[in-house]
Design a protein around this ligand. Structure first.
Ligand code: HEC
Length: 91
């Protein structure tokens, strides 16, 4: 019986780790690096001064923050956008 409980706990842990959004992987898969980086048109995000909430808002709808924004809105769940913002803040 103990073994079954332990196995269940281990598999639940593995499943939640796999589900957690990975900011670095999202940054790659959503092609942020195509426009962002030193010398690119979107600029280097390492110098971005926004906090997490502002960044998530910007990603969802850039024009709501800056009417002149040319960046396309980023599609993703709140969890994914939050993970992306955490990743960008750590750059
Ligand atoms: C097609 C090009 C393009 C792509 C792809 C893109 N961006 Fe941008 N981004 C821009 C441009 C250009 C700006 C500068 C302001 C504007 O015109 O919107 C910007 C601005 C930003 C800003 C605000 C920076 C600041 O300090 O003002 C953040 C944060 C940001 N981008 C994050 C991201 C993330 C995260 C991704 C990937 C999910 C991404 N961008 C994908 C072009 C892009």
């Amino acid at each position: 019986m103990k073994k079954i409980i332990l196995l269940t706990a281990v598999s639940l842990f593995a499943a939640s780790a796999a589900l957690a959004a990975d900011g670095a992987a999202l940054y790659k898969s959503k092609m942020c690096g195509a426009c962002h980086g030193a010398g690119k048109k979107g600029g280097d995000l390492a110098v971005c001064k926004m906090d997490k909430a502002a960044m998530v808002k910007y990603m969802k709808d850039p024009k709501s923050v800056n009417p002149k924004a040319t960046m396309p809105a980023v599609k993703g769940s709140d969890e994914e956008l939050g993970a992306l913002a955490d990743y960008v803040l750590g750059l």
